[in-house]
Structures are given as structure tokens and as C-alpha cells.
Write a protein that binds this ligand. Structure first.
Ligand code: KIV
Length: 279
């Protein structure tokens, strides 16, 4: 095993990009790590410098970039330029691209065609797709073709209309069992990790214990191997954040104050002063 497999994933000094081998080694070591979403080069660069090992170009871009109510309208053409920007803005993080609704469900061949676009046109290192047992053939096809796959089960936002809203999933014995089966099916199909979204913490712990691949929780409790948040929720740019998202800053307020001060300086003539003018 290369020496870097023994280095901590988060904050460890590594040369080159984080790979799925590093992710697997972290699970074996019991090391927890953080994933964030990113949609542009500058923000991704900051997270990369901070040492966040995996960045997800999520279809949550539908909400936080494009202003939709759900992720359903997001297209491949929406996400390809964002993914390319995130890849260009980073040096170390593994960049995972989300396959949008309707771009992989029809068949394994459709999934491979879409994933190929993200790898070839945007430079993504892995893809994420939603669904458990029902997308196992897609995951197998992608893995066989050499595409690392992050699975995503539980409160999968692309199925919001089927769920009748954004509701916690996996409550009750039967629903919980189904999610355990989904998680195991994703592992068996070759996924290198699985996102668990919006499920009871006890179920998150149970699935994490049952799998040898890492679980990445978002509203799935503290026992998951890793956690993911939409960065605008984490940093307080979203007007409000879901219950599971801790706001580590209030970036929205800082931006509001900066914009107001700038506008006021322009109105008063204080900006641009001589310092900001060419002689
Ligand atoms: O699209 C997204 O950002 C996601 C994460 C929240 C897991 O799927």
C-alpha cells in the first residue's frame, strides 16, 4: 500500500487528488471526514485549501444556483459547466458530479452515456446517483466501465413528488429494512460510498455498521462515516437551513452589509476615492 493510505484524509498532507482508495482507507481507519457541495471555482478553491477531501457538484444547484423549488428541473447541460469550474478551481479534492433526474434511470446505457459526459467534458472523478436496488444495474454498468459511483438513498430529493414532499424516510421496521437492503445492494453493485439522507439516526448507524463502504450522512445522525452539507446551508447564505444543517457562519448578513455599504459609498461619492482610481 502506498504511504499516503496511512495519512489522515482530512487535513493530511497529500500530493495529487484524493481517490476512492483514500476514502476506503479512511473507513478502515475509522476516520470521519466532511464533504461539501460546490458549484463554482472560487468557493471550491477555498474548500479545497481547507482540506475538504470530497466536493460534490450537487443537483442542489437547482435550488441554490438556479432558484428552482426542487432538483427535478436540473439538466446535464446545467451541471457540466459548474462541474468543470469546480475541477479547475481545485487541486486536491475528489470532485463528484450528480447525475440529474431523468439522465440515468432509463437504462444502464443511459447512465453510462451521461456519466461519460461528466468525466470527459467536465473532468469529474466520480458520479453520484439516487436510488437503491432499482438502480443497481446502472451502478454495475458504470463500475464495470471504470466510473466510481457514490450512491444516494433515503430522502432522495429527485423523488420528492413520489414521497409527497420532503419527508424523513425509513421510519418503521419495514421502511428501515428496505433501506438496509438498498444500501447493501449499492455496496454489492460496486458503489464506493453511499449518501444517507433524511433518515432516523439509529437507522444511519445500523446501515453504517452493516456496510464496508463509507456512509455519508445528511440528516442521518452522528454514526455515519462522513457528513455532507450544502455549503450555503453550512455557511448561512441560504435564508433558512434544514433542521440537520448547522450554520457555521452568517455569510448572507456579511454580503448584505457589504452591498449596502458599497451602495451608500457610491451614492455619497465616497467610492471610488483616489486610492481606487488610475492616475
Ligand atoms: O445535490 C446535493 O447537494 C446532494 C447532497 C445534499 C447530498 O445530493
Amino acid at each position: 500500500m502506498p504511504a499516503r493510505d496511512s495519512e489522515p484524509l482530512y487535513g493530511g498532507k497529500q500530493s495529487g487528488r484524493v481517490t476512492i482508495r483514500d476514502i476506503a482507507a479512511a473507513k478502515a481507519r475509522g476516520e470521519k471526514w466532511a464533504m461539501l457541495t460546490a458549484y463554482d471555482a472560487l468557493t471550491a478553491g477555498i474548500f479545497d485549501e481547507t482540506g475538504i477531501p470530497v466536493l460534490l457538484v450537487g443537483d442542489s444547484a437547482g435550488n441554490v444556483v438556479f432558484g428552482h423549488d426542487t432538483t427535478v428541473p436540473v439538466t446535464v447541460d446545467d451541471l457540466i459547466p459548474l462541474t468543470a469550474a469546480v475541477v479547475r478551481g481545485t487541486k486536491r479534492a475528489m470532485i463528484v458530479a450528480d447525475l440529474p433526474f431523468g439522465s440515468y434511470q432509463s437504462s444502464p446505457a443511459q447512465a453510462l452515456e451521461t456519466a461519460s459526459r461528466f468525466l470527459k467534458e467536465a473532468g469529474a472523478h466520480a458520479i453520484k446517483l439516487e436510488g437503491g436496488q432499482r438502480v443497481a444495474p446502472q451502478v454495475e454498468e458504470l463500475v464495470a466501465a471504470g466510473v466510481p459511483v457514490m450512491a444516494h438513498i433515503g430522502l432522495t430529493p429527485q423523488s420528492v413528488h413520489a414521497f409527497g414532499g420532503f419527508r424523513v424516510q425509513g421510519r418503521g421496521d419495514e421502511a428501515g429494512e428496505r433501506l438496509v437492503r438498498d444500501a447493501k445492494a449499492m455496496e454489492a453493485a460496486g458503489a464506493f460510498s453511499v449518501v444517507l439522507e433524511g433518515i432516523p439516526a439509529e437507522l444511519g448507524a445500523r446501515i453504517t455498521e452493516a456496510l464496508s463502504i463509507p456512509t455519508i450522512g445528511i440528516g442521518a445522525g452522528a454514526e455515519c462515516d462522513a457528513q455532507v452539507l450544502v455549503w450555503q446551508d453550512m455557511a448561512g447564505l441560504s435564508p433558512r437551513s434544514p433542521k440537520f444543517a448547522k450554520r457555521y457562519a452568517e455569510i448572507g448578513n456579511i454580503l448584505r452589509e457589504a452591498a449596502a455599504e458599497y451602495a451608500s459609498d457610491v451614492a455619497s461619492g465616497a467610492f471610488p476615492s483616489e486610492q481606487y482610481s488610475y492616475k
